[in-house]
Design a protein around this ligand. Structure first.
Ligand code: FES
Ligand SMILES: [Fe+2]
Length: 385
């Protein structure tokens, strides 16, 4: 006997939240669904890479693994001698060696296996013992370029190509299903007034968490403030639960945290669309697995990476804008809030494996973000090819 019918489960999520049922439990626990989601959702997604200081000066190179733990794609950021930034495959086009192992400065990229050389824009320049090879070098010998985009200033550069004026935060995609602007455009319109270039990465306040649950359950939990009064006593005291709202966009959504008092809120400039309001936090979710949480002290980026069907690595990356405002309001005690979330998400993961649980319903007033995510996930899973 199988636990549930095999893969062709009913994945329909009614567009009317009042009629809809949540994702079938097997989406979170079935190995086949896990692999399908990696292929249809993550391979075509935009992933946060880091900030522009990774390649601050010409000749700087930064190797990284795109979606480490699942798709594990070796990529390379470079800033060439003309000051242009590129995202390239970090795999030699001869026999497939990984090229650059450590960040630093290089004038050319030289493969340590048989000496093939590339310019910092990926152009294949030379190769020992290849003068008799017909048609060498050809297009296929250059390092493939990977679409790179930035927030802010994404609009003009979310297509593959070199990037000169660089926004602060970098995203890369192997096969983007949408332009980066469709993910971050609304966020830029809303909070683009913040001086992101003044934000400083704080390693000591950044860390990774391993969560024994499916990645999508972690996102489900993030996408509703419904649980705050039940799970997070400290956060609940800082927020006005009645004023907490969710705004939905095409591939992103915003949960707006309004302060319970007049302290620990943003000093909003008059050009902010929220000028005059007591905003304690902007919680932006970018499909499928990235969160940009803005607080009066700065930004906490959360990246939710699948490692296995039942294991997720969540990276909290902290960028401080105004250190005098740290540890106050909705942006205080994020480690405690994270541990509270982890415990509840791991409990849900165990629950979704029950033979007696299939799917649930949504609160139309409190779970719009979860419903939005599930609709996007089903849309992406069902997308042909
Ligand atoms: S694998 Fe790089 S030169 Fe042979
Ligand atoms: Fe939470």
């Amino acid at each position: 006997m199988t636990r549930r019918p095999p893969i062709d489960a009913d994945l329909t999520i009614d567009p009317d939240i009042g009629r809809a049922s949540t994702l079938p439990a097997k989406v979170y626990s079935d190995e086949t669904f896990y692999r399908t989601i990696l292929d249809r959702v993550f391979l075509r997604s935009w992933q946060f890479v880091g900030d522009s200081s990774l390649v601050r000066t010409p000749t700087q190179v930064h190797p990284f693994t795109w979606l480490e733990g699942s798709l594990d794609q070796p990529l390379l950021l470079t800033r060439d001698l003309s000051d242009r930034v590129h995202c390239l495959s970090n795999v030699c086009t001869h026999r497939g060696t990984t090229l650059i192992e450590h960040g630093g400065h290089e004038r050319t990229i030289t493969c340590r296996y048989h000496g093939r050389r590339f310019d910092l824009d990926g152009t294949c320049r030379s190769m020992p013992e290849f003068k008799d090879v017909v048609g060498f070098p050809s297009e296929a010998d250059h390092l493939p370029r990977v679409p790179l985009g930035t927030f802010p200033h994404t609009a003009s550069i979310d297509l593959p190509g070199p990037t000169t004026g660089l926004g602060r935060f970098l995203f890369a995609s192997l096969r983007p299903a949408m332009g980066l602007g469709e993910l971050v455009g609304e966020m830029e319109r809303r909070v683009g007034w913040m001086p992101f270039d003044e934000f400083t990465f704080d390693q000591a306040r950044s860390r990774d968490y391993l969560v024994r649950a499916n990645w999508a359950l972690y996102c489900d939990n993030y996408l509703e403030g419904f649980h705050i009064p039940f799970v997070h006593a400290s956060l609940n005291a800082a927020l006005d639960y009645g004023s907490y709202t969710t705004e939905l966009y095409r591939y992103s959504n915003l949960q707006l945290g309004v302060a319970s008092g007049g302290e620990d809120v943003f000093n909003l400039p008059s050009r902010s669309p929220d000028f005059g309001r007591n905003i304690a936090a902007y919680y932006y979710w970018l499909f499928p697995n990235t969160m940009f949480n803005f607080y009066p002290w700065g930004l906490s980026v959360n990246v939710v990476r699948p490692v296995a069907v039942n294991l997720t690595k969540v990276s909290f990356l902290t960028y401080v804008w105004d250190s005098s405002r740290l540890d106050r309001g909705a942006g205080a005690g994020l480690d405690r809030v994270e541990r509270e979330d982890e415990a509840v998400v791991e409990s849900v993961h165990r629950g979704t494996r029950s033979l007696l649980y299939e799917r649930g319903r949504y609160s139309p007033t409190r779970e719009q973000g979860v419903h939005h995510f599930h609709r996007l996930l089903v849309e992406a899973i069902s997308r042909p090819g």
